[in-house]
Design a protein around this ligand. Structure first.
Ligand SMILES: *Cc1c(COP(=O)(O)O)cnc(C)c1O
Length: 351
């Protein structure tokens, strides 16, 4: 049959999401979800929710949420857009700022969705390699991004967990003539963030999600903060009702319980650092992580064998093929019991 698709779509491999297998007793540490449930306030909000409201469309702009986010970020409602997860907001940004004439620059390695979104636009991807062996960021990143119209900085980075120093981000924002998109999906696990750069520069977008630090990957909620002119432009190309009513209700309830969230985050950071120390003692190579996962190369440098060994033992982590990434596995930090099991398995294989 003849293809009716645009050539860009025919050529597209599509994004490979981490597996969501339905295997009983599997320890699932492959997609950086939070091991702790969302705030108890979520159950309460759902119990109190009047089902009749579902007949109506939701607030198309999710203004109540925008106001909450704006207050915390010390900006105005006009600076904020809500999305159906960060992936929705990323899609909007790639639609808005990339095309066959408008390339995008991404660091390599980083989030594997970016090149897929670029391909849908028929946009060239300029890959700026991180320095080896520590995955640090090149000082001349803005120059290397060349003629791109958008530069994406994942901060902390995935899958490495490393953090581009804030002064260097600032330098990129100053030197790069285009949009600087800072993806802070894991920002809550780091010691600092770049939200204040939105006030300093008019070409910066900072993006956050409820999927990782807020224990709500199933709900699909995220937001982006930028100059009002940029937000207004993104509003033009979003789906009319891109955040559904239930997400707005439970998102708000969860977001307001800040002390609960802070406790979960600090437990994860503590367990992350302890796990890294233990694996370093086994001879693993692991860059310092500022996120809720570790990018860990086993002593023999065979990431795939390590991934398969854990999988045979009902522990699922993430493995990324490639000459650099293939030496590593990415392990999401789980509950203390899950982490202990991973450590036990890795100790028996590598000690
Ligand atoms: C998980 C992740 C996202 C996507 O978050 P959703 O809100 O679940 O769509 C975006 N960027 C990075 C770097 C991520 O790891």
């Amino acid at each position: 049959m003849k293809s009716y698709f645009r050539p860009e779509i025919d050529a597209l491999a599509g994004y490979t999401a981490g597996e969501q297998p339905k295997i009983a007793n599997l320890i699932k540490l492959n997609t950086n979800e939070n091991p702790y449930p969302p705030s108890p306030a979520v159950a309460k909000a759902l119990q109190e929710f009047d089902i009749d409201r579902l007949r109506r469309y939701p607030d198309p702009f999710a203004d109540e949420l925008r106001d909450l986010f704006a207050a915390d970020c010390k900006v105005k409602r006009e600076n904020v857009i809500a999305g159906n997860g960060s992936d929705d907001l990323l899609t909007m940004c790639f639609r808005a700022f990339t095309s066959p004439e408008h390339p995008v620059a991404v660091f390599d390695p980083s989030y594997s969705l970016y090149p897929v979104l670029a391909a849908m636009q028929g946009a060239e991807v300029i890959k700026v390699s991180l320095n080896m062996p520590d995955f640090s960021y090149p000082e001349n990143g803005a120059t290397l991004a060349g003629k791109a119209n958008m530069l994406v900085i994942t901060r902390p980075n995935a899958p490495t967990g490393t953090l581009c120093p804030k002064e260097l981000v600032r330098k990129y924002c100053r030197e790069f003539d285009g949009i600087v998109l800072i993806d802070e999906a894991y920002g809550d696990f780091a010691a600092d963030n770049c939200m204040d750069l939105v006030a300093e520069f008019d070409n910066v977008i900072v993006m956050r999600t409820f999927s990782k630090s807020c224990s709500m990957a199933g709900v699909r909620l995220g937001y982006a903060v930028s100059d009002p002119v940029i937000i207004e432009g993104l509003m033009k190309l979003k789906d009319s009702y891109n955040v559904d009513m239930l997400s707005q209700v439970v998102g708000k309830a969860n977001y307001l319980d800040k002390s609960y969230r802070a406790e979960c985050i600090s437990a994860i950071r503590r367990d992350r650092d302890a796990m890294r120390d233990a694996l370093l003692k086994l001879g693993f190579e692991i860059p310092e992580s500022h996120a809720n996962f570790l990018f860990a190369a086993p002593p023999d440098g065979n990431g795939e064998a390590c991934f398969l060994y854990l999988r045979e033992n009902a522990v699922l982590v993430r493995y990324f093929k490639g000459s650099v990434t293939g030496r590593y596995i990415r392990i999401t930090i789980g509950t203390p019991e899950e982490n202990a099991r991973v450590l036990e398995l890795l100790t028996s294989k590598y000690a």
